[in-house]
Write a protein that binds this ligand. Structure first.
Ligand code: AMP
Length: 271
């Protein structure tokens, strides 16, 4: 009703889907939506269907009061905070699955994860009827999957991908960073440092994408306290691993530090 009332006033709606435990990365999405849209909806929903059985659903940080204050300060007009039973009826049987893009990288390490993501985002789009939706580059594979879904299913929604917001030492902001012990937090900077190294090697040497991927893997596998899931250079549209240099590519990393799984990525320009 609120979105439709705004539309009747000629205001376009922007949506920012989140799982809460908000930080400056989320705030940047809401602020961007505020600049570009007449009506801004943030959503906070820790979506059970995108967590695996051995993942952190029950202990995922929930900080609703602070989140609501941050949403208001960033300029949200409405915050949608449904319960799991609001979102999933007892008899629900329908899933949205983006096939190929969901199978590699995060999809391979977290079976079913992206089915949960694409389904809940499709539902949020149907509920909020936004004109634009804001996602972070931080979850690079996720924004590609949402773009694919929107194109394949003809959602009349423009997807906007916003830059990664980082801590001063380069660590990509994440709700899960608060799980890190001080020692793990120090180790975690290796992820963004490795991406910087890859960026420099792409720009300043003639090494192939495969060779740079190998150096990323060597560096991270050799760091005590890091259990590497993957580090590679891929095509930024298909996520296929690259052997050779191409003008634009994406370097992607996922690693476990202690019990916390972190992801990060960087666009690479080969010259
Ligand atoms: P989450 O609450 O982790 O599901 O994230 C909600 C949205 O915020 C997703 O589109 C994320 O990609 C985005 N996001 C998370 N961390 C960052 C960050 N450090 N910079 C920019 N966007 C982010």
């Amino acid at each position: 009703m609120a979105v439709r009332a705004a539309r009747l006033q000629g205001r376009q709606t922007g949506i920012v889907p989140t799982m809460g435990a908000l930080h400056e990365g989320h705030v940047s999405l809401i602020e961007r939506a505020r600049v570009e849209c007449g009506f801004v909806v943030a959503t906070i929903f820790v979506n059970p269907t995108q967590f695996g059985p051995n993942e952190d659903f029950t202990k995922y940080p929930r900080t609703l009061d602070a989140d609501l204050q941050m949403c208001e300060a960033a300029g949200a007009d409405l915050v949608f905070t449904p319960s799991a039973s609001d979102m999933y009826g007892q008899h629900a049987q329908t899933f949205v699955r983006v096939t190929k893009l969901s199978e590699s990288l995060e999809g391979a390490h977290r079976p079913g994860h992206f089915d949960g993501v694409s389904t809940v985002v499709a539902k949020l789009f149907n509920i909020a009827e936004p004109d634009r939706a804001y996602f972070g580059q931080k979850d690079f594979q996720q924004q590609l999957i949402i773009r694919r879904m929107v194109s394949d299913l003809d959602f009349p929604i423009e997807i906007i991908t916003c830059p990664i917001v980082r801590e001063a030492d380069g660590l990509a902001m994440s709700s899960r960073n608060r799980y890190l012990t001080p020692e793990e937090r120090a180790t975690a900077t290796e992820l963004s440092q490795t991406l910087k190294m890859a960026q420099k090697l792409a720009a300043e040497t003639q090494l192939s994408a495969a060779e740079i991927s190998q150096r990323m893997q060597q560096r991270l596998s050799g760091t005590p306290g890091i259990e590497l899931s993957y580090a590679l250079i891929a095509d930024p549209e298909t996520l296929e691993p690259l052997e050779d240099r191409q003008v634009t590519a994406v370097a992607l990393i996922a690693a476990r530090i202690g019990k916390t799984r972190l992801i990060d990525n960087e666009i690479l320009q080969f010259r």
